[in-house]
Design a binder for this molecule. Structure first.
Ligand code: GUN
Length: 291
């Protein structure tokens, strides 16, 4: 069994990005600039956004954090997005999800200029991914594809089961895995799927992205399978300073011995999401997706 080291690969990617930033700045252009909009004080969102800002510093990007209180109006948020859309000094920005209930996430995502949508959530970018066109690809699926590529994991003709159909992870993942050149046979499973265990037992590659801690157990996994764990549920813990720890969607201890490759939580997919976001921002700065 090989443990897929997302932390190591993400650090490698960040080094590659930092080298590219040095070249950009040496040529007299400005460094890439990512902005993040954070509404309220959700613990998980605070942690993720802080990690994104820190990662920007590490690779030499400019970063801007814009904070709003929980009770910000939808209009005020949309105005802020409009300003960011028109700010020539910003290459890309994200609005951290989830948003408070009184704000429509759909409206917010649709109001982001697709050319600055480095999260890859805008329907234009989602549609371009489906059509196989250059696009900002949602960071987590993009990061998982990069892990498969860098570990030289064979995908052509393999049976791949994706569990979870979220707009951010499961669905784009299923599209990327079925693309020409990747060539998996993909089954996208969800809460209404029948015989999930039997379906998973046929899988050469399983992507668990449903957000239920330790959902995938050894009896659902074929010997030699590749298992990618996207779960990051925060559960209380008295062993950590923060008072919680992250739990994946895979019962790691019993599943890992059956696998050819597996991602741990933490240190697997999570760090790759941030590396992908930085990479998308670099692509935006260089006008690589929308020339
Ligand atoms: N909430 C959970 N994951 C993400 C992400 O990748 N981007 C944004 N904007 N919000 C999130």
């Amino acid at each position: 069994m090989t443990l897929i080291d997302g932390k190591k690969i993400s650090e490698l990617i960040k080094k590659e990005i930092a080298a590219e930033v040095l070249k950009i700045v040496a040529s007299g252009k400005r460094a890439p600039h990512l902005a993040a909009v954070l509404v309220g004080h959700d613990g998980g969102s605070e942690t993720y956004v802080a990690a994104k800002v820190k990662a920007c510093e590490l690779v030499g990007f400019e970063s801007t954090l814009i904070r709003f209180e929980e009770n910000v109006s939808e209009n005020e948020l949309l105005q802020c997005i409009d300003q960011l859309n028109h700010d020539a000094a910003i290459d890309g920005f994200i609005v951290q999800l989830p948003l408070p209930k009184h704000i429509s996430e759909e409206k917010v995502i649709e109001s982001i200029d697709p050319k600055k949508d480095v999260d890859g959530f805008h329907p234009v970018n989602v549609g371009r991914v489906v059509a196989g066109m250059p696009a900002f690809v949602s960071a987590t699926p993009f990061g998982i594809m990069e892990l498969l590529r860098r570990y030289k994991i064979e995908t052509s003709g393999k049976n791949c089961v994706v569990i979870g159909r979220s707009n951010i992870v499961g669905r784009p993942m299923s599209i990327l895995l079925s693309q020409k050149g990747v060539d998996c046979t993909v089954t996208l499973c969800h809460s209404k799927t029948k015989n999930l265990k039997e379906v998973c037992m046929q899988a050469d590659i399983i992507v668990a992205a449903l957000g239920l801690p330790e959902f995938l157990t050894a009896d659902m996994v074929k010997e030699g399978a590749v298992v990618i764990d996207v779960g990051t549920t925060r559960v209380p813990s008295d062993q950590t300073k923060s008072g919680f720890k992250l739990k994946g969607d895979v019962k790691f201890d019993e599943v890992a011995p059956k696998c050819s490759y597996i991602t741990p939580v933490p240190g697997g997919v999570g760090p790759m999401t941030i590396a992908s976001l930085l990479y998308n921002t670099l692509l935006s700065n260089e006008h690589k997706i929308y020339p």
